[in-house]
Design a protein around this ligand. Structure first.
Ligand SMILES: CC(C)(COP(=O)(O)OP(=O)(O)OC[C@H]1O[C@@H](n2cnc3c(N)ncnc32)[C@H](O)[C@@H]1OP(=O)(O)O)[C@@H](O)C(=O)NCCC(=O)NCCS
Length: 157
């Protein structure tokens, strides 16, 4: 499976969890982000995949996709690029790589929720071909980018 992914993109393994947690905390400080325990569950769970983008052995970004049994729709749980490496196209590259994995698993649609105030993420998703599905008022318990509201976006694979 890994050989079909673009260069620099790999399936995460258990000993990379600390590096992934560090990036999550940089991207979502405080209570907003996933805890180490939640990330461990997502990374080690058979119903989810975590892809990492690495250069010279350094993890610069990760993306987690979850799958549900008997569903042709998968969900992007999160995509985090280390702030030091933002705006270099890594987010878009990871999204495209994740779609290879989704198709391999027979998925037809990819779906995600994003804060309606997260302009950079909205831009990357639009660049990757995702379109507006619905607005989710009060979706987040804690404020993300100054709002509790989210946008659900979808892409046919
Ligand atoms: C969202 C995120 C993953 C994007 O990763 P990235 O590697 O910087 O993305 P790319 O370089 O592929 O693309 C960034 C795009 O956003 C645009 N952008 C960046 N900041 C922006 C802003 N404040 N407003 C509008 N557009 C913005 C860039 O211009 C670029 O678009 P372009 O290629 O059309 O010019 C990254 O910013 C991140 O990790 N953010 C924190 C975590 C997060 O919010 N994740 C999303 C959870 S739903």
């Amino acid at each position: 499976m890994t050989s079909r992914l673009p260069s620099g993109i790999y399936i995460a393994n258990a000993n990379e969890i600390n590096a992934i947690v560090e990036i999550e905390q940089k991207c979502f400080p405080g209570k907003v982000g996933y805890s180490k325990r939640q990330l461990e569950h997502l990374i080690l769970n058979a119903d989810s995949d975590c892809l990492v983008e690495k250069q010279d052995g350094v993890i610069r970004a990760f993306l987690i996709v979850t799958y549900r049994q008997r569903s042709l729709t998968c969900n992007i749980e999160t995509i985090d690029v280390d702030p030091a490496f933002k705006n270099r196209g890594i987010g878009l590259k990871l999204l495209k790589a994740a779609e290879i994995d989704m198709k391999r698993r027979g998925m037809r649609w990819s779906q995600l929720e994003v804060s309606e105030g997260n302009e950079a993420a909205l831009k990357v998703y639009k660049n990757a071909g995702y379109t507006f599905k619905e607005r989710l008022e009060g979706y987040y318990k804690f404020e993300h980018n100054g709002t509790h509201n989210a946008i659900r976006m979808v892409k046919e694979l």
